[in-house]
Design a protein around this ligand. Structure first.
Ligand code: SF4
Length: 617
């Protein structure tokens, strides 16, 4: 297979280095030396997947086990997909060039809803039946985890089971259990007679194996064992695509964007159909993240990736309770890695890989309880190696100015803050208790300590947002820019990155409707206009993909038809603006009669069930 790929394919694709594996740190185990084989399938391209901390961690943990091999596969670019189809070759793993269909378990990491069609591409190219219902015991168990698995319903036609919560202990436990089930299933199939010994029998054996898995683990969701009652008066269709109840232009003055919650018809929540299947699926949690050490020798990519540095998760969870934030819900409770362990891993990893940057990962790094001690230890270990430390997520509070003084190795990458809103009053409403006073003091301290770059993340489309909130984004960013110029004596880089608020499942605002396309377009126009000649760099998220994200994260299992149809029509790599095909989604939505307005823009009444209601964090 490898020879065929090298001789037939690589000359036909861009960036061929991403398709050949063999990187420093990758682990190749002979197939017959292990009991089980897992392929970690990342449904985005190599350069994104290789920057993912979870991939590196779980790959190392599974490969530390002598009885399992963990390999990797990524979504191909369209030129590679075309070449594979042209030469009738399957999508394969980078370690042993095995077709995906050969693995015992295929594990997808769902980081983002706009990667859903990539899962279908990978299954199809890998020779794995697209639908769970068509798989037999000979096919891999197709599992998924990650942030977008917390509403399993939209992808439930394609994913056999979802692991909710932390993967460190849950993933190996499910893999081991499946191997046992697979052994039993083969035996059951062999005991059957005639026609039953073939596909039908094997499908039934698989169903039994999945049922046992659903019963065994409280953190596993197997959607096929949950039934969906038809909502009253709606049958199986989704009704007609209607006009949005929020065709609001940007309100002038004190307007309201998102309505309060009316009573009325809601959505549907699946119920267990089999005894022993948990009514509510609860997340897996590891108590001590220090017990799961990231690899000292991580896989070092051979092609340039989005992020290529040593990444260490220093804390899981966030003390914040922002009402829009799904991460704080999914990562609870707070758990930390010790400063000694972080400093040792950082030093050893830099020596092993030659990296000159360490990134400290957490949702809110400056809330790490021993932050000062950690920075002292890192300075001691890393300054002699000329390694810098980047801290991607700092909380804006009274300590920010002090933190800036401690980050003496971090100046090149700049200061990144997430004020989310520009006015203190809006921040109070969204549950993010930070003030502009602290933010400006922190920026002042950063500029005084040598920083030349500040990046700030904002959102628009919050409930009860007004013009003042939108204009405030530009005003606050411009104020930071002016301050920087004054302190540094030259112009500084200030980036305002504005995303569109999507009411995510499991958050306190899960029942709200999203503001309309018209609202966001007006808001973006306003931002663009106001930011002219201010010296700030303004970036805002594309409206179409934000609406699609909302549809895919808030829908129920009928979304599977939309995802599959859009994919059949050519939707690929939806999170990449170069490849996004809004026309495919529009057609799929129209053909399936999907009521986008109901799913995306209408608030869900308090007394209505939610499609993700059987998963609880
Ligand atoms: S501070 Fe950040 S991570 Fe924490 S709850 Fe708020 S938005 Fe989420």
């Amino acid at each position: 297979m490898r020879t065929q790929i090298e001789s037939l394919l690589l000359s036909e694709v861009s960036l061929p280095g991403q398709y050949i594996g063999g990187e420093l740190g990758s682990i190749v185990k002979p197939k017959d030396s292990v009991k089980g084989r897992l392929c970690f399938a990342f449904p985005d391209v190599y350069t994104i997947g290789m920057s993912n901390y979870g991939l590196q961690l779980l790959y190392a943990l599974m490969n530390r086990r002598p009885d399992w091999a963990c390999e990797r596969a990524f979504a191909p670019y369209p030129d590679m997909e075309k070449a594979l189809r042209k030469h009738k070759l399957p999508l394969y793993s980078l370690e042993t060039f095995s077709p995906l269909s050969e693995f015992d378990v295929l594990g997808f990491s769902l980081q983002y809803e706009l990667t859903f069609t990539n899962v279908l591409t990978m299954l199809d190219l890998g020779g794995v039946p697209l639908h769970c219902a068509d798989r037999t015991m000979s096919d891999p168990l197709v599992i998924a985890g990650g942030p977008s698995a917390s509403n399993p319903e939209p992808m439930s036609d394609f994913i056999d089971l979802f692991i909710i919560g932390d993967g460190e202990e849950a993933l190996p436990a499910v893999c081991d259990f499946w191997l046992e089930m697979k052994g039993d299933g083969r035996q059951q199939t062999a005991n059957l007679d005639g026609r039953q010994q073939t596909a039908d029998g094997s499908r039934e054996a698989r169903r039994q194996a999945l049922l046992e898995t659903a019963r065994e683990f409280p953190f596993v969701a197997v959607p096929q064992f949950y039934s969906v009652p038809s909502p009253p008066g709606r049958g199986l269709g989704w009704g007609q695509t209607g006009k949005s109840p929020h065709p609001s232009p940007l309100p002038k003055g004190e307007g309201t964007v998102v309505a309060t919650l009316p009573k009325g018809e809601g959505t549907i929540c699946p119920r267990p159909t089999e005894p022993g299947v948990p009514e509510i699926v609860c997340p897996a949690r590891v108590e001590n993240i220090d017990a799961f050490e990231p690899p000292i020798l991580r896989i070092v990519p051979t092609v340039e990736c989005v992020q290529d540095r040593v990444a260490i998760e220093i804390m899981r969870g966030c003390p914040g309770r922002c009402k829009f934030c799904i991460s704080t819900v999914q990562k609870r409770p707070i758990r930390t890695r010790s400063p000694e362990s972080i400093a040792r891993i950082a030093k050893e990893s830099c020596l092993a890989t030659g990296s000159n940057e360490v990134s400290l990962l957490s949702l809110s790094t400056s809330d790490y309880p021993q932050f000062e001690e950690l920075m002292t230890k890192l300075r001691e270990e890393l300054c002699p190696l000329n390694v810098s430390v980047s801290v991607p997520s700092l909380r804006v509070n009274h300590q920010l100015s002090d933190v800036m003084r401690q980050l003496t190795t971090e100046r090149t990458s700049g200061l990144t803050l997430a004020p989310e809103a520009a006015l203190d009053e809006m921040r109070r409403r969204i549950g993010k208790p930070i003030t502009n006073e602290h933010l400006l003091a922190g920026c002042e301290s950063a500029f005084n300590n040598g920083f030349n770059r500040v990046k700030m993340y904002f959102m628009c489309g919050f409930p009860e947002e007004t013009n003042a909130d939108i204009d405030g984004i530009v005003e606050l960013s411009a104020a930071v820019s002016r301050m920087g110029r004054k302190i540094r004596g030259k112009s500084v880089t200030v980036i305002a990155n504005v995303s569109n608020f999507v009411p995510k499942p499991h958050t306190p605002w899960e029942r709200l409707g999203m503001a309309t396309q018209g609202y966001f377009l007006n808001a973006h126009d306003e931002l663009r206009l106001r930011s002219k000649r201010t010296g700030i760099a303004l970036k805002y998220h594309d409206m179409e993909t934000s609406l699609l994200e909302a549809l895919l994260c808030r829908g129920d299992r009928r979304l599977g038809r939309v995802i599959e149809r859009a994919w059949q029509l050519g939707a690929r790599l939806d999170s990449w603006s170069d490849y996004f095909r809004g026309d495919c989604w529009e057609q799929a939505i129209a053909e399936t009669g999907t009521d986008v307005n109901k799913i995306v823009h209408e608030p869900v009444p308090d007394d209505a069930e939610l499609p993700w209601g059987y998963v609880r964090f």
